[in-house]
Design a protein around this ligand. Structure first.
Ligand code: BES
Ligand code: MN
Ligand code: ZN
Length: 498
C-alpha cells in the first residue's frame, strides 16, 4: 500500500521511527547529532556496537528501550561533503522506505540539506518522492495484503517547510502519473483491453483538462489505417486510437507528440508465440501506459507546453478472421507492407499512429515508446531502453533528462544497410527483415522511420525495462512505469521552466 500521508515539518515528531544519517567515517550528521544529544547519546552508543560504516545507502536500525520513539534507523550518506543529485536522493528515499516500512506506522526522516550537499532547501522533497515511488505495489488481486507493511505516515524534517511542501506537491503529481502507468501495465489483458483502457484514459484525464478523443474501427477505416487494423482483425475486441491533448503552451506553438504502442495482449497472432512466458505479453501496452501516465503528470502540474499523447490500442490474436502471414496491407501513408510475420505487429500499429501524428499535428518532435522487440533485451538487458532517432539534438535532450532521472537509455545506430533489409520483393516493405540482416531492434526502428516523414523523431524500445522481476531501487517488482519521469523531465527542460 502506498504511504497515506507525507508531510514536511520543522520539529521532530516523537512517535514511531526516526531516520538519521551518518557518514562513511562513522560520524553523525548534523540532525543526527542533535537528536543523539536530545536522547542522551543513544545513537552514538548503539552505533559503536553495530557493524555500520556509513557507506552510501547502507542501513541499520535498533529498538529504543525507553522514551517516546520505538526505533532509530541509521542510513549511510557516504563521504562527508559528497554532492547529491536528485536521483541519488530518490534512491536514498527508497532505501529509507525499505528500512522503515515494517517497523512502525509513523516515521520521521531527519535527513536534509543540513546533513548533505544539495543545491536547494528541498532535499527532503526528493527523499519523500523516492519513498513514495518505492511504496507502490500491485496487490489489488491479493485477498490477503502484506500485513508486514506498517508504515502509513511519514514526516520529513526540513529547514524550509514551505519550499519542501511546494516541491513535493509537483513530485506527488508526477508520482500519480507513474502509478497510473504502473497500474494499467500491471492489469491483466481481460481487464485492460482497447476499450477499457480508452475509458480509463477518459476518466483519468478529462477532469484534469486534457482533451480526450477516441477513434474506433470505422474512423480508422476512413483514415486508411489498414496496417493497424490488420493487427486488430483477429480479435473480437474493437481497436481504439486515443488522442490526448494538453494545450498548456502558446496557441501557435507546435506540440510535442508522444506515441505509445498499446497491444493489450500480443499472442503473436497466426505466427503464434510459444506458450512459455506468453502471459508476459499483457505488458505489451506499456508504451501506451507510459503515454497515459505522462499526460496525467503534465496536466496535473499544468506544464506550459503543448503536448499530444496517442495511444494505439489493439489486441493481437489468432482466429478465423486474423491476418495471415503473407498478407499485404496498405498503410495510411500509402506505403504497402507485406506482413511476413504477424508477431511483428507493434511496428504495424505504430506505422499508422506515427503517420497520423505527423499528418495531423505537424509536431515539433515525436517520441514513440514501444515494447517493440525481444532483440533489445538481448542487446541491452533490463538496464537500458534502446534509443533510436533521426535527430542528434533530440537524442542529447533525452540523454540529459535520462541522466537526471536515472531511467537509462542507450543510443542505437540506424543506417541504410538495415533499412534495405526490410525492402520487399512484392510490396514497398516487409514487416520483418531478410534473414541475413540481423540486429532485429534496428530493423524494427528502420521500419518506423519510414513513417515519420522526416519529422524529428525518437523511438524508445522499452521491451526490457517496462517491468522488473527484481526489486529495483525506486521500484518494487512488477511494472516500472518507465519513461514517465524521463519524459516529464524532458518536457520541463524543453519548456525551460526550471
Ligand atoms: N511485443 C513483442 C516484443 C517483446 C518481446 C516484448 C519480449 C517484450 C518481451 C513484439 O511484438 C514481438 O513479438 N517482436 C518479435 C519480432 C520478430 C517477429 C521480428 C520479437 O521480438 O521476437
Ligand atoms: Mn509481437
Ligand atoms: Zn508486441
Amino acid at each position: 500500500m502506498v504511504i497515506e500521508k507525507i508531510s514536511f515539518v520543522d520539529k521532530l515528531s516523537e512517535v514511531g521511527s526516526v531516520v538519521v544519517g551518518a557518514y562513511a567515517d562513522a560520524s553523525l550528521s548534523k540532525n543526527a547529532a542533535a537528536i543523539d544529544e536530545k536522547f542522551h547519546g543513544i545513537i552514538s552508543k548503539n552505533l559503536k556496537k553495530m557493524s555500520f560504516s556509513g557507506k552510501l545507502f547502507e542501513s541499520a536500525h535498533f529498538t529504543a528501550i525507553d522514551g517516546p520513539l520505538n526505533h532509530f534507523v541509521l542510513v549511510g550518506l557516504g563521504d562527508t561533503g559528497k554532492k547529491f543529485t536528485e536521483f541519488e536522493l530518490e534512491k536514498l528515499g527508497a532505501k529509507i522506505y525499505d528500512c522503515v516500512a515494517e517497523l512502525d506506522s509513523d516515521a520521521t526522516v531527519a535527513i536534509n540539506t543540513q546533513d548533505i550537499d544539495f543545491p536547494c532547501n528541498c532535499a527532503s522533497s526528493f527523499l519523500g518522492f523516492g519513498m513514495l515511488l518505492k511504496s507502490w505495489n500491485f496487490d489489488k488481486y491479493k485477498s490477503k495484503k502484506n500485513e508486514k507493511i506498517k508504515l502509513r505516515n511519514v514526516s520529513l524534517l526540513t529547514p524550509d517547510v514551505q519550499k519542501s511542501t511546494e516541491y513535493f506537491s509537483e513530485l506527488q503529481k508526477l508520482a500519480d502519473g507513474i502509478f497510473l502507468a504502473r497500474r494499467v501495465v500491471s492489469e491483466p489483458a481481460n481487464v485492460i483491453y482497447p476499450e477499457s483502457l480508452a475509458r480509463i484514459a477518459k476518466e483519468e484525464l478529462s477532469p484534469l483538462g486534457v482533451d480526450v478523443e477516441i477513434l474506433g474501427r470505422s474512423s480508422m477505416q476512413k483514415l486508411g489505417m489498414n496496417a493497424l487494423l490488420g493487427v486488430a482483425q483477429g480479435s473480437s475486441l474493437e481497436p481504439q486510437l486515443v488522442i490526448l491533448r494538453w494545450n498548456g503552451g502558446n496557441e501557435a506553438e507546435k506540440p510535442i507528440v508522444f506515441v505509445g504502442k498499446g497491444v493489450t495482449f500480443d499472442s503473436g497472432g497466426i505466427s503464434l508465440k510459444p506458450g512459455d512466458g506468453m502471459h508476459e505479453m499483457r505488458y505489451d501496452m506499456a508504451g501506451s501506459g507510459t503515454v497515459l501516465g505522462l499526460l496525467k503528470a503534465v496536466a496535473a502540474n499544468k506544464l506550459p507546453a503543448n503536448v499530444v499523447g496517442l495511444m494505439a490500442l489493439v489486441e493481437n490474436m489468432p482466429s478465423g478472421t486474423a491476418q495471415r502471414p503473407g498478407d499485404i496491407v496498405k498503410s495510411m501513408s500509402g506505403q504497402t507492407i507485406e506482413v511476413l510475420n504477424t508477431d511483428a505487429e507493434g511496428r504495424l500499429v505504430l506505422a499508422d499512429a506515427l503517420w497520423y501524428a505527423q499528418d495531423r499535428f505537424s509536431p515539433k518532435a515525436m517520441i514513440d515508446l514501444a515494447t517493440l522487440t525481444g532483440a533489445i533485451v538481448v542487446s541491452l538487458g533490463h538496464e537500458f531502453a534502446g534509443l533510436f532517432s533521426n535527430s542528434d539534438e533530440l537524442v542529447h535532450q533525452i540523454v540529459r533528462s535520462s541522466d537526471k532521472t536515472g531511467e537509462k537509455v542507450w543510443r542505437m545506430p540506424m543506417t541504410e544497410h538495415f533499412d534495405k533489409g526490410i525492402n520487399s520483393e512484392i510490396a514497398d516493405m516487409q514487416n520483418i527483415a531478410k534473414s541475413n540482416i540481423r540486429g532485429g531492434s534496428i530493423t524494427a526502428a528502420q521500419f518506423l522511420k519510414r513513417f515519420v516523414n522526416n519529422v524529428d523523431w525518437a523511438h524508445l524500445d522499452i521491451a526490457g525495462v517496462e517491468h522488473t522481476s527484481d526489486d529495483l531501487f525506486v521500484c518494487a517488482k512488477g511494472a516500472t512505469g518507465f519513461g514517465v519521469h524521463l519524459l516529464y523531465e524532458f518536457l520541463k527542460e524543453m519548456t525551460a521552466i526550471r
